[in-house]
Design a protein around this ligand. Structure first.
Ligand code: ATP
Ligand code: MG
Length: 332
């Protein structure tokens, strides 16, 4: 079976609806057709300051949410990045193959550093896409299922794989980004021209998997809509209503044109009630199962330790090849 790999940062108390619809739902589908590696990139999380106690807690919560959302431990390998040291080791080699200008063109750094400016941003944030390339290339996957916002980073991983292969001989599979078309991007409920984000959205703009269902419903009902009252799918002119239609379509499986017909001539309130009901119905089982898993952190930790062992079987082979190619002594 072809391989895929993907991960989500443990940078918040819960994953949000964008992570769920844009990533997790696709992963669950992918594990039937692919040999899948799903990881928790805690090393990426510390590219911006994190509280140590919170980080470890969030790492466990994220793992629990992967499992609760349907990642099957029989089919897929689930692990925490920092427990597989090959990620850091390969990242260093790739850092030395990445141009400074090339790294400077990554838009996520521009977005995330713009708040404080480059002076207060860490070098880790700057080189984040290179670590991400290492995450991917270690496992030799054919595909990387990600949301639309990660397209540029997968492109860098492809460039680095090609560059390494040219300079040192065939070593890496050159992976493709698998971008889901519908529901690929969920927007902030309060600011529907920006994507829903763990780090950038205000609480009212977010729907978290672990939110109380009443809060989920309340946030959807107070979502920003648009000046007129026409239900239409129009990203440029009606971003708020468009986001609600896309959310409803993604959670219910109903095509957008069908929804537009259904809500034609009705008030926005009707649409919001339907979206709230559908989202609560989709998220409740995931929330309940996550909370159950978190009741036994020792069991969760041993699941993650076993996952890291499995991941290292693959990662250590790739790293040994890389060390041989670049002229290092064999990794011990
Ligand atoms: P941060 O703000 O810390 O970057 P994030 O909310 O962007 O967090 P990531 O951990 O960067 O989440 O991304 C995890 C996965 O979720 C990626 O595959 C990403 O493409 C996807 N994703 C993130 N936000 C959205 C969104 N609003 N809509 C759809 N997919 C999303
Ligand atoms: Mg992000």
């Amino acid at each position: 079976r072809p391989r895929v790999l993907s991960g989500m940062q443990p940078s918040a108390d819960s994953l949000h609806l964008g992570n769920y619809l844009g990533a997790l739902v696709n992963w669950v589908k992918a594990q039937d057709n692919f040999e899948a590696f799903f990881f928790i990139p805690d090393m990426h999380a510390i590219t911006v300051p994190q509280d140590p106690v919170e980080l470890r807690k969030r790492t466990r919560v994220t793992a629990a949410q992967y499992i609760a959302g349907g990642i099957n431990l029989e089919k897929s390998t689930l692990f925490v990045q920092s427990q597989v040291p090959e990620h850091a080791q390969l990242a260093w080699v790739l850092n030395c193959l990445t141009g400074f200008g090339e790294a400077s063109r990554m838009t996520q750094f521009k977005d995330k550093s713009s708040k404080g400016g480059a002076d207060v941003s860490s070098v880790g944030l700057f080189t984040y896409p290179v670590l991400m390339a290492a995450d991917i290339l270690l496992y030799q996957p054919q595909g990387v299922p990600v949301g639309d916002d990660q397209r540029q980073h997968v492109e860098l991983a492809r460039d680095l794989a090609n560059r390494f292969n040219h300079r040192f001989g065939e070593t890496f599979v050159v992976p493709e980004a698998f971008i889901q078309k519908e529901g690929a991007r969920i927007y902030d409920l309060q600011n529907p021209t920006s994507k829903m984000s763990k780090s950038a959205s205000s609480p009212n703009g977010l729907i978290n998997i672990l939110d109380d269902p009443k809060i989920v419903a309340k946030r959807i009902k107070s979502a920003v809509t648009d000046a007129d009252t026409v239900v239409a799918h129009d990203r440029a002119n009606k971003p708020g209503v468009t986001n609600l239609l896309e959310i409803l379509s993604a959670v219910s499986g109903t095509p957008i044109p069908t929804l537009v017909n259904e809500f034609e001539g009705k008030m926005y309130g009707h649409l919001k009630v339907a979206v709230a009901d559908a989202v609560v119905e989709a998220l409740t089982p995931v929330r309940t199962r996550t909370l159950e898993l978190l009741e036994d952190p020792a069991e969760l930790d041993s699941i993650l330790a076993a996952g890291a062992q499995k991941a290292r079987e693959v990662a250590s082979k790739t790293l040994a090849d890389v060390y041989e190619r670049v002229g290092f002594m064999a990794p011990l």
